[in-house]
Structures are given as structure tokens and as C-alpha cells.
Write a protein that binds this ligand. Sequence first.
Ligand code: ZN
Length: 448
Amino acid sequence: MKLLEADLLFDGEDWQKDIRLEIDNSGRVVRCLPAQGGVTRYRVVIPGFVNSHSHCFQRAMAGFAEISFEGKNSFWGWRERMYGLVGGLSEQDFFKICRFFMAENLQSGYTTLTEFHYFHHEANGLPRVPRDLLCLHLIENAKRAGIRLTLLPVLYMLGGFGKTALKEQQAFLMNSVADYLEFLDGLSPKNSDSFLCGMAIHSLRAVSHEALKELFSNTTHQKIPIHIHIAEQELEVLECQKFYGKRPVEWLLQNLPVNEQWSLIHATHVNALELSGMACKNVVAGLCPITEANLGDGVFPLRDWFDWNGKISIGSDSNIRLDPFEELRMLEYGQRLLYKSRCVAADRTQNSTGTRLIKSLYRGSSQSSGFKVGGLKVSDMADFIVLDANHPSVIHPEPETLWDRLIFSGSKEMIQDVFVGGVQVVSQGKHQDYHDALEGFSEVLLGR
Ligand SMILES: [Zn+2]
């Protein structure tokens, strides 16, 4: 049993003052009661964040795709550069990126990583030995770093609506749905309190209707997180309308058993009807504001989604930046630029913009990861961040505006200590493996 106390602790819904948490040996909160003294006491404590959408290997191209090429300055041009990265990465490079990335996530306040993993094979499509080798690298490094991992091996079969895959996509492909299910079967026995194997469909453009019907005709998908890239680009929406006669979210809701297990990643281009359908199915809107801005995707209609009391999660996606506070700030600022208004996420029931954002985020994060995280109440996993009480954005711990200050004037630099399941993994802003892992990551960058 572990005990801690805090002057101010956010439990996922409200700030609690002078509180004690009891954490059992499995890393869960088992009791919350008034502080009594005599144990370690912190000033300001918040739940850890879930990085709900990431492609780990893309960390190695952060900042390397900002050179302009005429006619290629779109998402699709960026994608070509990403294919180039895949062609140049060895399995050892992938291992080194994973090791660094896990430590960097924890230092950034992400205590759970949901990895949308489609880089399976050699660049020419030859399977690795064992064929889930890169998944094993992710699992091993997550375990070593102490981060919770929801791994989503991705089903990817086509190069576009009704099109065979390109040569550059060979590293991502599964031969059949049966092949994919066998792949999942190999990983699922590893499920534990800190690892969960879920399921991901790359996109409607990468998997046919027949394959999806086959996928959902068996029971593997029951009760695990299911993620999909759904409507990131306007061109994708147009192609879907041409091929299926429906918009992506519209088609998805009408044709697949969508429920609260689902996270719709980049539901950027949705209309009012699709948004209401998403809310009725209780899905999470998986948003990646920094990447969506970087790739010029567009702006998700957050105000309308909040009118439906919709849940959100955030992900670092292309990993150009790792900072949950910055993701939320970018999310709100995108809305302000769109509507030419301030405090867009706030409403009459919650007039603090930051608090409204964070409450929706913590609710969605737990649902999208499949772990009981994003809160510090009884039965939640004890994943939490201790903030530096002397940071200018944390000083003056008045709860009413604290989330506003953290999100709009703060950054991950406020993070002092990080705990996962009650175990300390970051101390004074640093993960113990960070410097060694950085050496390996530097070798990858310098070798390219
Ligand atoms: Zn993605």
C-alpha cells in the first residue's frame, strides 16, 4: 500500500483540496480521504494524459518535412516523404526510436500510449522474423520505460478506394483478414494491467467493405478499443462519396457495428448529421490538433461536438511535438480562428475554457485507451503528474482558473514528477533512461 497527499488534486472531474490517496499493490487508487499528514505531500497533482494516437516511427521525421516542394505541399506530399522514411529505417533504428519515444512520452506527461501501428514488414513487404517483431519492440520498450501501452496493430490492405496498394505501402499490408486476426491472436495473450492489444482499421480507403464485413463477423473485436482514421482530408471525403455514395463517417455509422469501443481519429470533415450520429453511438473524437495543423487537414467542429456533450481524446500522431497542454491550446485556438471568437469550448454550464476541455479529454481518454485512467478516484489506475508548484503558470493555486492557466500559459515544462500505477517514472522532469535513449535516437538521426 502506498500513501500520498496533495494540497490540490484533480480527480478527473473536480479539484479536491487537502486529500489523501491510498494506492494498492496493483497500482490502483483504493481510497480517497481527507489528508492526515505524516506521508509524502505534493502541492498540485493531476491525472496522467493518454496519448491516444501516435505513429512512433514518425518521430524520426519531426521537422524534416517543412521544406517546400512545388506541387507537393499537401498531406499527400507529406505522405510520400513518410514513405521515404519507412524505406530507410532498419529494425534496429525502430528499436532505438521506440526506446527514446517512450521516455519522451512520460516526460511529456503521457502515462498511456495508444500506438496505431502499421509499420509491420520490411520496406519491400517481406515479413520480419518473427513477423510481429516491431510490435515486440514497442511492448518491450514500453515495459522498460514504465508507460502503459495500448497497441493497435493496423489492418491495411489497399492503396485507396478500390485500388491495389502502391509499392511504397508494402511494409504496411496484411494479406487477408484471417492473417490479421492471427496477428492479433499472437499479441493478445500478453494483455496485462499495463498492456492491451486493441484493433485498428487504417481507413475506409485502405480496407474494403468485404474485408470489414469479414472482420466484424467474428468476435475478436468485442470489448477492445477500435480506432480508425476516418475523414482527415477533403479529398478522402470526395473519393468516399464517389466510391460509396456516402461521406466516410456517414458510411461507417451505417455499415459497421460502431459503439463506445470506437475512437474516430481525425473526424475533421464531418457535417451536422454525422456529428449527431457519432454522439448517439457514444464514440470518442480522436483529435491531433498539432499534427492536423501541421498537415493542413482542416478544423474539427469542436463547438458543435461539445453541444452534443461529445468526448475527445488527443494524440501526438506524427510526433512533431509531444505536449498535451499545447495540443489542447492548439485545439481551442483553431476554433477561435475559425469562429473569430474567444473561449469557444466554454459554455453556460462550464465557463472555464480549460476546465471544459480537460473534463471532456479525461472522459474520452479512458474510453479510447481501454484502461481505467484519466482520473484519480477509487478504482482508477494511479497514473499522475506532480506539477512544479513554483512554475509561473501553477503559482496561485486557485482552482477555478487553474486549468486555463495550465493550458493557455503553460507547457510540459511544468511537469516535475510522473507516476504510473503509483510507481515513479519521471523525477524532476527527467526519465532515468532519457539520456541513454537519446544517444540511440541521435544515431538514427545522424545515420539518415
Ligand atoms: Zn495517424
